[in-house]
Design a protein around this ligand. Structure first.
Ligand SMILES: Nc1nc2c(ncn2[C@@H]2O[C@H](COP(=O)(O)OP(=O)(O)O)[C@@H](O)[C@H]2O)c(=O)[nH]1
Ligand SMILES: [Mg+2]
Length: 303
């Protein structure tokens, strides 16, 4: 049986092989992505973002639990920006979701984002496409809410879940940083700590100010205590409600198109960066010598 056939019969080893082929970036991986694009592909893609330590991994673990109770198959991509400090974070994610290790219907993968300032690397998107084609019902993508990643996640996910916690001025910060708009659903996690109701009111007030006119989705604000497994069902229901909204309004299709658009543009950025790295010195020298302008250099690189 070919790799594609084994993949389509949902052979776990074929999935692992496919992922490593795609990550290697060679022609074989690309051929695979091409032939798989039209198969499967019904996953609900949920982006989970928020500050480090807000409880994203603990919440994800809970959401996996609810999805499994419903007999759904789940994949998780935990994205972590590579930094000297984040080595432990990925390990933490693994530990928080460890109980699913033996469940063949749960697939968890940690990925670093080399030098992308927390943005989603193109490799991540290709792995996402594979997981979708493989036939998972839910794909959760956990990204640390710093820099580019929360902007990127909106373009990739069907539903974006923003995790905030009380007592750290999170509401005000989110408002200032302009990330209120990215959330389809808010989780106020650590609701066992003081300040939960206040944060909820702050978010509500901020939404009233910032909610775009003509947007008929009003974000759901759900309190959670992930560490105790409380309100996970309610949170899952909120995510389901948003998905139903996307389906009813036909917005799901535009999400799909946006995802492909984003995938192409991030691959393009990466290709340009690689091309530039290879020839950088020559071009810089040529610009310096007045032989070509920077725009001409850019055009030459592109062609
Ligand atoms: N008090 C409290 N602590 C929590 C809650 N949820 C998660 N935590 C703790 O917060 C810490 C960070 O959680 P983690 O899921 O790794 O956060 P992440 O960095 O956003 O993925 C861990 O020690 C969790 O046990 C909660 O609802 N209440
Ligand atoms: Mg985490």
């Amino acid at each position: 049986m070919s790799l594609v056939e084994r993949f389509q019969t949902q052979d776990e080893r074929a999935l692992a092989r496919a992922i490593s082929l795609v990550e290697r970036g060679g022609e074989e991986g690309q051929r695979l992505l091409r032939s798989l694009r039209t198969s499967g592909g019904h996953a609900r893609i949920i982006g989970i973002t928020g500050s480090p330590g807000s409880g994203k991994s603990t919440l994800t673990d809970q959401l996996i639990g609810v999805a499994r109770e419903q007999g759904r198959r789940v994949a998780v991509i935990a994205v972590d920006p590579t930094s000297p400090y984040s080595g432990g974070a990925i390990l933490g994610d693994r530990i928080r979701m460890m109980r699913w290790h033996k469940d063949p219907d749960v697939y968890i993968r940690s990925m670093a984002t080399r030098g992308h300032l927390g943005g989603l690397a193109s490799g991540t998107l290709q792995v996402l496409a594979l997981l979708d084609a493989y036939g998972f019902d839910y794909i959760f993508i956990e990204t640390v809410g710093v820099g580019q990643s929360e902007v990127d996640i909106v373009r990739v996910a069907d539903t974006t879940l923003l995790v905030l916690t009380p007592g750290q001025g999170d509401g005000v910060q989110a408002f200032k940083a302009g990330i209120m708009e990215i959330a389809d659903v808010f989780a106020i996690n650590k609701y066992d700590l003081p300040g939960g109701p206040r944060l909820k009111r702050e978010i509500q007030a901020a939404l009233e100010l910032s909610h775009p006119e003509g947007d008929d989705w009003w974000p759901i604000i759900q309190e959670t205590i992930a560490a105790k497994g409380e309100y996970s069902k309610e949170l899952f229901a909120a995510l389901t409600k948003h998905y139903a909204y996307l389906e009813e309004t036909g917005k799901l299709e535009s999400k799909r198109l946006e995802r492909i658009r984003f995938e192409i543009s991030s691959l393009l950025t990466e290709q340009v960066r690689l091309a530039l790295e290879a020839k950088e010195d020559d071009f810089i020298e040529a610009v310096l010598q007045g032989e070509i302008s920077p725009l001409e250099a850019a055009r030459q690189l592109l062609s």
